[in-house]
Design a protein around this ligand. Structure first.
Ligand code: GRF
Length: 188
């Protein structure tokens, strides 16, 4: 049976696209479902185009974050997943959600964690004046980008203040690193 991944998204979905492109013809890894916190996310159209089941779970439709995350976890569970991948999912998951998928949720973050957790990691890094940038894939725990690191890739831009080219390079690195980590976890 194929190793089955659920992908959570919020926006553009370029990391989702990298996963779709990598595993489209795979018989061993399957993207079984894609969920968003935002029904307008472009990532949902990418999933639809690839005939992957989608659903959106907008906070405004639920009493609170906890009940939204229960609905999200219930929906994911109907797909019998081995791994939940946060690919640009921009909301914090509640402890109840995280505890439903022990050591089975991973996130991609555009910094060399533990440096620069949270939002706008690249902006934070430029502001700090770092010369070496990078991307991390880590397990999700109850903190913000604090879970065990699975893999990291660093890069040294020619201009450490050029936000546009640093963001472009980080995206390129993400699109290789995330599918590669998923493949390794599936094979483990
Ligand atoms: C990525 O940079 C990811 O590291 C961050 O959010 C961004 C999502 O981009 N968490 P996309 O939606 O995959 O294009």
């Amino acid at each position: 049976m194929a190793y089955s991944i659920a992908v959570l998204v919020s926006g553009e979905g370029t990391n989702l696209q990298a996963l779709i492109d990598q595993f489209a013809d795979s018989s061993s890894i399957e993207i079984c479902c894609v969920a968003a916190n935002n029904s307008e996310a472009k990532a949902l159209s990418r999933a639809n185009e690839a005939s992957i089941p989608t659903e959106s779970f907008e906070l405004g439709n639920y009493a609170d974050r906890e009940s939204r995350d229960v609905a999200l976890a219930d929906w994911i569970s109907t797909h019998d997943v081995d791994l939940v991948v946060l690919a640009g999912y921009m909301q914090l998951l509640t402890p109840g959600f995280i505890d439903r998928f022990p050591r089975s949720i991973i996130n991609i973050h555009p910094s060399l964690l533990p440096a620069f957790p949270g939002v706008d990691a690249i902006g934070q890094a430029i502001e700090y004046g770092v010369k070496v940038f990078g991307v991390t894939v880590h397990y999700v725990d109850h903190g913000i980008d604090t879970g065990e690191i699975i893999d990291q890739v660093s890069f040294t831009p020619s201009d450490p203040n050029d936000a546009v080219s640093i963001r472009a390079k980080a995206s390129k690195v993400e699109h290789e690193l995330l599918p590669s980590v998923v493949s390794k976890l599936a094979a483990a």
